[in-house]
Design a binder for this molecule. Structure first.
Ligand SMILES: [Zn+2]
Length: 277
């Protein structure tokens, strides 16, 4: 079990100040996790990395849309060092998918194994559609990460398919739709229960509530960036059920309580930023 879990914001985006102001919530984060245990550190997602800031490789259209702060202090590597560690202490990285706001920090940890669903890596390498050519910034993994590709093999977690990565306390949970091999990452909490990092399976906390609601602009945005509408919508529904049946207010047993958050909802992040686990 991870002996500690930290919540990191590795990329504030101020859509209210950008062209995305009508589509996206005013403030977005890039919610990542840093898992510390005896054998080393594991990062879940990486936000924006050093080279994104220096080389301006995110692309003008993306920057205009999302208004990233590009603050060096927000990079995962800066926060790992701030916690008293070195880049080499990060032995493993688990990525929900390879969009540029999730994969940017990979190059700051060139020695780490990078765990990913095989379908996502295949899609990112193939870049077979215009949309995929735009979404995947290959420079972010031009250093040649030590990819560890995973595929479901019959394991289950609370009714979802699951794939063990790193150790028994970190699971890939396939949630395709936003991208081809998009997944969530379930992490067992030292204090009991689980976190589920849902990546970009949804963007607003209101989508996991019952009844759900989605801000109008966000509906347009999600549809514009999705790979597969049917599976994306089905997965939002599954996450809503999971939240209702296993969320912190569900009355579920402590060991089966799941706190779900997505990558970009700032309110979800703020509620967890100072939780020590
Ligand atoms: Zn994202």
């Amino acid at each position: 079990m991870a002996s500690a879990i930290r919540h990191l914001n590795c990329g504030t985006m101020a859509a209210s100040l950008s062209m995305g102001g009508r589509l996206l919530p005013a403030r977005l984060v890039a919610h990542c996790l840093l898992l510390e245990d005896d054998r080393g550190l594991t990062l879940v997602d990486t936000g924006f990395g050093t080279a994104d800031l220096i080389e301006k490789r995110l692309g003008k259209a993306f920057v205009r849309l999302t208004g990233p702060s590009l603050d060096p202090a927000e990079t995962a590597i800066a926060q790992v060092r701030g916690a008293g560690y070195a880049a080499a202490d990060v032995t493993d990285i688990v990525v929900t998918h390879l969009d540029r706001d999730h994969a940017g920090g990979l190059g700051d940890f060139p020695g780490a194994r990078v765990h990913i669903l095989a379908d996502e890596l295949a899609a990112a390498r193939a870049r077979s559609t215009l949309r995929d050519k735009d979404r995947y910034v290959t420079a972010q993994w031009a250093h040649g990460p030590r990819w560890v590709e995973h595929a479901p093999a019959g394991d289950a977690w609370l009714g979802f398919e699951a794939v063990t990565v790193v150790n028994d306390n970190a699971l890939l949970v396939p949630l395709p739709g936003h991208s081809a091999g998009h997944c969530g990452v379930a992490v067992r909490r030292p204090s009991g229960g689980w976190f589920l990092h849902a990546g970009d399976a949804y963007f607003s906390r209101t989508q996991k509530e019952t009844p759900p609601s989605t801000p109008t602009g966000l509906s347009v945005f999600q549809a514009a960036v999705q790979k597969d509408r049917t599976s994306r919508r089905a997965n939002v529904d599954r996450l809503r059920s999971l939240h209702a049946e296993h969320g912190p207010d569900s009355g579920a047993a402590p060991e089966e309580t799941v706190t779900i958050f997505c990558a970009h909802d700032a309110v979800e992040y703020d509620a967890l930023a100072d939780v020590t686990d």
